[in-house]
Ligand binder design. Structure first.
Ligand code: UDP
Ligand code: MG
Length: 146
């Protein structure tokens, strides 16, 4: 079992597709270990994306991630890290496979609607970055309802 970190970016929130995105993860038998909607600060965005500091798109990325509320989501399931990366699709939506969230909704690479952790190591860091252990819950993911 893995827990991975997803962020629904400001354009996903303002586009009214929070429910649609979360429904896709639930249908993939992932459970929601934690869920919160809020604004993040520039300092938080900077620390979260530390690996990208100094790159050409960094300031634009921080600007975008702080342009409105985001949904912070910890998802749990078998191979959750890779499963969610697949469901989200390629970073550049032009390269994303049909049926992925980015293919369906993302207008551009800079505004690609969702973040997800890229490895189990990143997932551990990123879940802990936004949530305390005591905020994570456990329940069996849906199997008979859908
Ligand atoms: N990004 C961008 N231009 C680039 C590369 C990345 O605007 O050339 C943005 C994009 O929104 C991406 C985020 O920076 O989601 C983090 O980049 P990363 O390579 O980690 O992509 P991801 O893991 O989100 O697919
Ligand atoms: Mg990444």
């Amino acid at each position: 079992m893995q827990t991975t970190l997803v962020i629904i970016k400001p354009n996903g929130v303002q586009g009214g597709i929070i429910g649609e995105i979360i429904a896709r993860y639930e249908k993939a038998r992932l459970s929601i270990a934690a869920l919160r909607i809020r604004n993040i600060t520039r300092e938080e965005a900077d620390g979260f994306y530390a690996e990208h500091r100094g790159k050409g798109f960094f300031t634009e990325l921080v600007d975008f991630m702080t342009s409105g509320p985001v949904v912070l989501l910890a998802l749990r399931g078998e191979k959750a890290v890779e499963a969610v990366r697949q469901m989200n699709g390629a970073t550049n939506p032009k390269n994303a496979q049909p049926g992925t969230i980015r293919f369906d909704f993302a207008p551009s690479m800079g505004e690609n609607v969702v973040h997800s952790s890229d490895s189990p190591e990143s997932a551990a860091r990123e879940v802990a970055y936004w949530f305390k252990d005591s905020e994570l819950v456990n329940y069996p993911a849906a199997s008979h309802l859908l």
